[in-house]
Every structure is written in C-alpha cells, then in structure tokens.
Design a protein around this ligand. Structure first.
Ligand code: CP
Ligand code: NVA
Length: 305
C-alpha cells in the first residue's frame, strides 16, 4: 500500500509506468472503451478547499474504471469533530483510497500515518502532485521525448511549482523559475531537491526572459493561491513584471506551448492573448487530469508493476 503525498514518493520509473498506463487508458477511452478494472472499489474525496478539475476528474476516472467515489466535504469534520488518527483509522476501513485537498500538508501527512488505505494528495499548501503528473504527460504528448526540454515557470514558487520541479527533475526536464526573491523556493526545499534529485537541472532567476529562453513550455499560476487572498494586492505589486504575455512567449521555442493549472486570472499572471491564443495548451492539459489520474489510480489500486 502506497501513499502519493508528493512526487518525491514516486521514482522516475514509476512515473514512466503511470504514463504508460495513462496512454493506454486514454487511447481506449477515445475509442469508446471504458474497461471496468476496479468494480466495487471506492474512492473518497476529502476536500477542505474548492475544486472543479481535481474533484470532477477523479470522480469521473473512478466511474470510468468501474468503481465509485464519494465526496466528503467539511461536514465530515476532519480534524474538528475527532482526532485525525481516529478519523484515518476508520475511513481507511471503508474505502480503497482517499484523495485529500487540504490547507495543511502536515495534516494530510498525519492522516496518511493513520489511514490503512492509500492517500493521494489532491492539493495542499506545498504540493499538487496530480497536477504536475498531468502537466508533464501533456508535454510528453506534444514532444516525442521529454529529456532535455526546458519548462519555464514564471511566478510564485507555490504548491504547483514545487510539484512541477520534482516532476521535471525525475523526468529529465530542465526547470527554470522566474520569481521575485522572496517568492522563490525556500532553502529547505532547495536542499531537499538537491538531496533527492541530484541530476535536476534548475535555473532560478528574477528575470522571466532568462527563464523563457529556449523553453518548450511556459507555465504560470495565480499570484495568490487559495488561502492567500489577503496578500492579493501585495503579490500583484511584487509580480507586476512577471506576466506571461506575447512578448515573453517570443523568447521561448517557436513551437512552445503555454500551460496553466487553472483557474486563471486573465490580465494578471497571463494575458488573454496568450491563454486564449494558438500556443495555449490549457484545454489539453486540463483534459489530461482525467487520464493521468486514471493512470495513477490504476497503478495504485492495481499491481503497481
Ligand atoms: N488545477 C486544479 O487543481 O483545479 P481545481 O482547483 O479546480 O481542482
Ligand atoms: N496554486 C493554486 C493552484 C490551484 C489549482 C492554489 O493553491 O490555489
């Protein structure tokens, strides 16, 4: 039984295996085949924050795979009505896996300690592994090989960026991040990257142009994530010169795509011209959340071979 709390939990080989399953299931889905691989299996979605993509794609994935899912919102009282230990021990007996979305990564780690079924991180303050799996899978669909590509991330070194850099490191993609100093990776995370992924090619800069130079994909996310609404104004000032727009995209490869986890704020982190333009791959990317999560579920609930 395995948990996926961050992409540090998966080896490069395991990610490649998940991608192979993803590709197989996506092809079959597009041919109208929905193999009921997991009849009777149940996935719980334990969410403390809003979600469209993560919630709906996981619920649909489970239905397509012949299992079922249940959404558990705040009314189940996780961490409020009873201890996380009691909550996890009980929930783990009822369901086969739990996707968690929480304000606190530590709270998800505590749940995983006590839960006897697999926990999948569906977004915490520090990690969004399912997003990064779909993102790298999307990049892989657009290029024959991921190895040697550069992904430029322009914006806050948030949960999405932290998962992307790990995914890139594990799959041989250079990660170039442009952010103002105080919004870059912290020293502890940087040290973990060096220790866990010594081969990672990482460029950290304050200059979006330097990051975008020669990139196969330019990625951004909102400047203020869920829970940071009070910092919106301060962050808008700090990131004012970090918008992904047509002028910045010119520095990337001519066939570079634009990626964004969504939801997006047009006119802030990205111009409408880019996100709604020909280089934008956001629809393919969001669609791949369904397929990549099927790959992850099939790997996790299956043999893990
Ligand atoms: N990208 C993403 O995780 O979207 P949701 O917040 O809608 O799930
Ligand atoms: N960084 C964003 C991602 C949303 C999918 C947030 O945490 O709100």
């Amino acid at each position: 039984m395995r948990h996926v709390l961050s992409l540090f939990d998966l080896t490069s080989k395991e990610i490649e295996r998940i991608f192979a399953i993803t590709q197989d299931l996506k092809t079959k889905f597009q041919e109208g085949i929905r193999e009921p691989l997991f009849p009777g299996r149940v996935l719980a979605l334990l969410f403390e924050k809003q979600s469209l993509r993560t919630r709906v794609s996981f619920e649909t994935a489970m239905a397509n795979l012949g299992g079922s899912s249940m959404f558990l919102g705040k009314d189940v009282g996780w961490g409020e009505r009873e201890s996380t230990a009691d909550f996890g021990q009980v929930l783990g007996q009822y369901v086969d896996a739990v996707v968690c979305r929480s304000n606190s990564h530590a709270k998800v780690e505590e749940l995983a300690e006590h839960c006897t079924c697999s926990i999948i991180n569906g977004l915490t303050d520090t990690s969004h592994p399912c997003q990064a799996l779909a993102d790298l899978y999307t990049l892989r669909e657009r290029h024959n090989s991921l190895s040697g590509l550069r992904l430029a991330y322009v914006g806050d070194a948030n949960n999405v960026a932290r998962s992307l850099v790990v995914a890139c490191g594990k799959l041989g993609v250079e990660f170039a991040i442009a952010a103002p100093d105080r919004y870059g990776f912290d020293a502890e995370f940087r040290a973990k990257l060096q220790q866990e992924i010594p081969a990672l090619k990482l460029l950290e800069t304050n200059d979006p142009v330097e990051a975008a130079e020669g990139a196969a994909a330019v990625y951004t996310d909102v400047w203020a994530s869920m829970g940071q609404e009070a910092e919106q104004e301060e962050r808008a000032t700090a990131f004012a010169s970090y918008q992904v727009n047509a002028a910045l995209m010119k520095h990337a490869d001519s066939d570079a795509c634009f990626l964004h986890c969504l939801p997006a704020r047009r006119g802030e982190e990205v111009s409408a011209e880019v996100i709604d333009g020909p280089q934008s791959a956001i629809v393919q990317e969001a669609g791949n959340r369904l397929h990549a999560q099927k790959g992850l579920l099939a790997w996790l609930l299956g043999t893990q071979a």
